[in-house]
Each structure stands twice: as structure tokens, then as C-alpha cells.
Design a protein around this ligand. Structure first.
Ligand code: GLT
Ligand code: MN
Ligand code: MN
Length: 388
């Protein structure tokens, strides 16, 4: 058995808001006393995380004075230096304050839109000061309950204006910072604009600086939409846009659960880890999740350790799957190629098209062939169940 101890090269990160989650939900009060940012850094160091991410207001209360801000930042920097944790990513809270009840960048109120830009510029400065290289945008309130209130076209254009403004701000400051847009289909709004990673990828291409902007897909958010998360991640990777990833788990059709990674759908988690490891994804593995509301802080540590341990176990299973002779033989058989179609392969030429049109396929034989996917999937399950 391998050693499943998290190491810095695994790039395991948590947000201040994840292990710091106090267990408030729409029906119940907090069940855990809040920890200070410094205490959260210490907890993350204790469980073996590599980095910590934050929203501006996770670290600095929204109405802190400049002097209070400086003190908090100094204490936080000291905690980072003492523990060796780094800050790979930062983001803005554009959803908690009542000012953002109708969205931030897409609000119908131009003052709210301007305030959101101002708040984000300040939060970008803070993130960069603490070392962040990726800046996440999760537009949780950028949505609507009724389309009577706002044209979705206005929302798209306002979102674009904000992204363009902020990209230029980053360029103007000379910051080494990329943006990662995070989609979610609904909650806390009835409908959220740019509802999936696919929507985000299309939107990014309409920006003035698409090269600065990628995505931050979250497992639960695509699953809430009933989608296959891995397929969205693969599309982002193919587009060169997988700048960050939020790992957690979710039962389809439920509320936004943000469960411990791999705790609900182990098979999807396996194929996701296998994909990230196979393609050589180098970014953070950020666990955007929180402990069950039943837990005290020992349980929170169990939760955090569990996220990382499950990832490492699945990484080992992926290597085992890749090395399994029976699985590899099946894959070779599934993908066998006797060269019959070689004359038509590759880019179009008129000659190839003519040759392809003239070719006779044995359609009955094509349809009659068994593909052995049942056997392949069962072998996968047996790898996961630990009997191979
Ligand atoms: C919030 C949300 C997450 C986002 C965070 C970043 S905040 O917890 O549910 O998915 O990634 O704004
Ligand atoms: Mn997230
Ligand atoms: Mn979530």
C-alpha cells in the first residue's frame, strides 16, 4: 500500500470558507464557533494542505478600517510564513452583502455595478499581495428569479464589460494573474447566467483578452445541472482553459451539497482524478467543500484529510488501471485498427473523399461486433473495490 500523505507537489488547497464553514444553512444556525483566518491556516497546515484560498471578506471584514486591514494581513502573512502554506488563488465576495441582491456586475443598478468593480479591484490587489496567481469569479448572484427583471442579453453584455475592465486593470498594474470563471446553474439565484462550464468557455472567446481568462469548473455545479463533470473538464482542458478546479461531491438533484471529495460518486471521482493525472494538470486541486453539519473541528479535520486521501487513493487506482494487462488488452481490442481506412484518414482532399465514397463497408459486421464495455466497466469497478 502506498503512502497517502499529502505533499506540496499534490497542490491540495482549501478555501478559508471551506474548513472555516460554521455549518449555517437556510434552516439552522451555526454549529461550530468561527475560527480566525490564522487558526484556519494552522488547521490546514496540521492536516497537510499545500495552500489556502480566500474571498476578500473571508480575510478582511467588509467594514474593516485600513488599520484593521493592515493588522489582519500582517497576522495572516506571518501564519503563512510560519506554516509554509501559500495562497495560489483569491476571489471576491460579490454575493453576501445585501447590495448584491440583484447581482454585482449584472445588477440593474449602475452604482452596484461600479461598486462591484471597485470591490474587485481592491480584492485583486489583496490577492496579488498575498501571492495569488489565479483569480476566481463565481457569480452566484449574477442571475434572476424572473426574466421580467432583466434581459439576459444585458446580463451577458454587462458581464463582458466587467471582465474587460478588470483584465485591463490587471494588465495596467503589471500583475501576473489569470482569471478563472466558475459556473453554477442555480442557487442562490433561481437561474444563474452562464450556467455551465460550456457556457463560460463560449463567453470567454467574446472577451477582449481571452488569453487571460479560463475556467474553474466545480464538480457539484455541473452535477447539479445533471451534466457529466468530466466531459466539461475535458472540454476546458482541450481549450487550454483549465486554470483551476473545485473538487467536492454532490448527489444529483439535491441542494448544493459541497460534500467531501469522492464521498457520493466514487466512480465519477475516479475518472476525474485519472483524467487530471493522465493529462498532467499542474494547477491547484482545490477542495471547495465543507464538513457535514454534524461535525466539530475534529470532524472538520477528518473531512479535509479525507478529501486529500481519497484523491491520492484514486490516483493510485488510476495508475493501477493504466497498468492492468487485462484492461489494456481490452482497450487495445476496442481500438483495434486493421488499416482498412488508412487511405481516408487525416485532412480532407478531393481524392480521399472520392476513395471514401467508392469504398464498400460491411455495415452488418460493424453493427454485429460486441465491444466488451461491460467487461471493461466491471474490471474498473473491481479495481475500485480493491479486489484486483
Ligand atoms: C461559494 C461557492 C463556491 C465558489 C466560491 C468562490 S464561494 O462557496 O459555493 O462554489 O467557488 O466564490
Ligand atoms: Mn466552487
Ligand atoms: Mn458549490
Amino acid at each position: 500500500m502506498t503512502d497517502y500523505t499529502p505533499k506540496p507537489e499534490h497542490r491540495f488547497t482549501f478555501g478559508l470558507w471551506t474548513v472555516g464553514n460554521v455549518g449555517r444553512d437556510p434552516f439552522g444556525e451555526p454549529v461550530r464557533e468561527p475560527l480566525s483566518p490564522v487558526e484556519i491556516v494552522q488547521l490546514l497546515a496540521e492536516v497537510g494542505a499545500y495552500g489556502v484560498n480566500f474571498h476578500d471578506n473571508d480575510l478582511i471584514p467588509i467594514d474593516a478600517t485600513p488599520a484593521e486591514r493592515d493588522k489582519i494581513v500582517a497576522d495572516f502573512k506571518k501564519a503563512l510564513a510560519d506554516t509554509g502554506l501559500v495562497v495560489p488563488m483569491a476571489t471576491t465576495n460579490l454575493f453576501t452583502d445585501p447590495a448584491f441582491k440583484d447581482g454585482a456586475f449584472t445588477s440593474n443598478d449602475p452604482k452596484v455595478r461600479a461598486y462591484a468593480l471597485q470591490k474587485t479591484m481592491n480584492a485583486i490587489d489583496l490577492g496579488v499581495e498575498l501571492g495569488a496567481k489565479v483569480y476566481v469569479f463565481w457569480g452566484g448572484r449574477e442571475g434572476a428569479e424572473t426574466d421580467a427583471a432583466k434581459s439576459p442579453l444585458d446580463a451577458i453584455q454587462r458581464n463582458r464589460e466587467a471582465m474587460n475592465f478588470l483584465c485591463d486593470y490587471v494588465i495596467d498594474q503589471g500583475y501576473d494573474l489569470k482569471f478563472a470563471l466558475e459556473a453554477k446553474p442555480n442557487e442562490p439565484r433561481g437561474h444563474i447566467y452562464n450556467a455551465t462550464t460550456g457556457h463560460m468557455l463560449a463567453f470567454i472567446e467574446t472577451l477582449d483578452h481571452p488569453e487571460m481568462v479560463g475556467v474553474n469548473p466545480e464538480v457539484a455545479h455541473e452535477q447539479m445541472a445533471g451534466l457529466n463533470f468530466l466531459h466539461g473538464v475535458a472540454q476546458a482542458w482541450d481549450a487550454g482553459k483549465l486554470f483551476h478546479i473545485d473538487l467536492n461531491d454532490q448527489v444529483i438533484g439535491r441542494y448544493d451539497q459541497d460534500f467531501r471529495f469522492g464521498s457520493a460518486d466514487i466512480k465519477s471521482a475516479f475518472f476525474l482524478v485519472k483524467f487530471l493525472e493522465d493529462v498532467g494538470y499542474q494547477g491547484s486541486r482545490h477542495f471547495d467543500a465543507h464538513a457535514y453539519r454534524t461535525e466539530d473541528y475534529e470532524g472538520v479535520k477528518d473531512f479535509a484529510r479525507g478529501c486529500m486521501r481519497t484523491y491520492l487513493i484514486l490516483k493510485e487506482k488510476a495508475a493501477q488501471w493504466n497498468a492492468d494487462p487485462e484492461i489494456q488488452a481490452l482497450l487495445a481490442e476496442i481500438n483495434r485498427d486493421d488499416g482498412e481506412t488508412d487511405p481516408f484518414k487525416g485532412a480532407y482532399t478531393a481524392a480521399k473523399a472520392a476513395a471514401l465514397r467508392a469504398h464498400r463497408f460491411d455495415r452488418k459486421a460493424l453493427g454485429a461486433r460486441g465491444l466488451a464495455y461491460e467487461r471493461l466497466d466491471q474490471l474498473t469497478i473491481e479495481v475500485l473495490l480493491g479486489v484486483r
